[in-house]
Ligand binder design. Structure first.
Ligand code: KG4
Ligand code: ZN
Length: 318
């Protein structure tokens, strides 16, 4: 079965063709991220105007790369929520029109659930991933930090989430404070890599007896530290980046592992843009191994927003 996926929840315009829910035949993404960089965040009006401009060509390119004609597609899947309303409207309207025109069914998909589903995707020349359910799913993106008990592809139970900023959002805001650029995740990671003898420490707020997260406190902590110390000759933004990243990564790993242990589930699935962070991957590797938890990260290109995860999950819930 061939499903065409369409994803326009944030700055990207993406389309993909996925076979039988897992085999990615094409994965086309155009982003307007560079246009937003100078503002330090996404400007929704700019994002949706670009999406309107790109969507038709992106869908056509995706079909061409997959070597399929629209008539061969069995269903159309689209991100229905959550996301920027203008951006979602572009994708949903386009998908609906395509569905009406071709007579193919339209499947609405939750963007956050799809980030977890990205763990099942693979290329045609790769073996299928041995990922099983039930699992704990952790999505860490620019807009969400959510922990799920994934019972089946149709049953994602939300067990924890951020009470304020998303982890990726905190990366973006801290990078802005430190003058490192946008998006914050990759630039903070790069700055942190330059630190050889870390001394500084920050701490994320811990919400006891809960799977919820909080990242606004550490963000403010960095802001005050920068305000009070950046004039000193010994001040090093790389060290601040390192300490911030370390603390956020620890908070994410602690809650995810706690959920696995308490709910007695030994599979952990990660998804979302922050999952591209190498320190996160290394620290999770150590923590999970010591607790006997099997963990999975999607391939880098399926961590950030893409339409293959939308088409893939649609096959499972159709
Ligand atoms: O999932 P995503 O592509 O889009 C949303 O749905 O939000 O996530 C984007 C977020 C941004 O906040 C970005 O700073 C963060 O993911 N990010 C990273 C890294 N790469 C992207 N955060 C930490 N380390 C990275 N290497
Ligand atoms: Zn996302």
């Amino acid at each position: 079965m061939l499903i065409l996926g369409i994803e326009t929840s944030c700055d990207e315009t993406a389309a993909a063709v996925v076979k039988d829910g897992k085999v990615v035949l094409s994965n086309t993404i155009v982003s307007s991220l560079k246009e937003h960089a100078k503002f330090g965040g996404i400007i929704p009006e700019v994002a949706s105007r670009r999406q309107l401009q790109y969507i038709s060509a992106v869908v056509q390119k995706s079909c061409t790369e997959a070597k399929v004609k629209l008539g061969q597609i069995d269903a159309i899947a689209v991100t229905s929520h959550p996301g920027l309303i203008g951006s979602l409207l572009v994708g949903k309207s386009f998908a609906r029109a395509l569905s009406y025109d071709t007579g193919k069914p339209l499947i609405d998909i939750d963007h956050i659930h799809a980030h977890i589903y990205a763990n099942w995707l693979h290329r045609p020349d790769e073996a299928p991933k041995e990922v099983t359910l039930p699992a704990i799913g952790l999505v860490v993106s620019g807009g969400h930090t959510s922990l799920y008990h994934v019972k089946s592809f149709k049953h994602f139970q939300l067990i924890g989430q951020t009470r304020d900023d998303a982890a990726g959002e905190a990366f973006d805001k801290v990078a802005k404070v430190l003058g490192l650029g946008y998006p914050g995740g990759p630039v903070i990671e790069k700055a942190a890599l330059k630190v050889t003898a870390p001394q500084l420490k920050f701490k994320c707020a811990d919400i006891p007896e809960s799977y919820d997260f909080s990242f606004s406190g550490i963000k403010t902590g960095v802001l005050y530290h920068h305000r009070d110390n950046s004039h000193c000759s010994t001040y090093d933004t790389n060290e601040v980046a390192y300490a911030f990243q370390d603390s956020v990564v620890d908070a994410l790993i602690n809650k995810a592992c706690m959920a696995c242990e308490e709910l007695k589930i030994n599979t952990l699935l990660i998804g979302g843009g922050v999952a591209a962070n190498k320190t996160f991957r290394e620290k999770l590797d150590a923590a999970a191994k010591s607790k006997g938890i099997k963990y999975f990260f999607p391939e880098m290109k399926y961590c950030t927003d893409n339409a293959a995860m939308i088409a893939g999950l649609a096959y499972q819930v159709k």
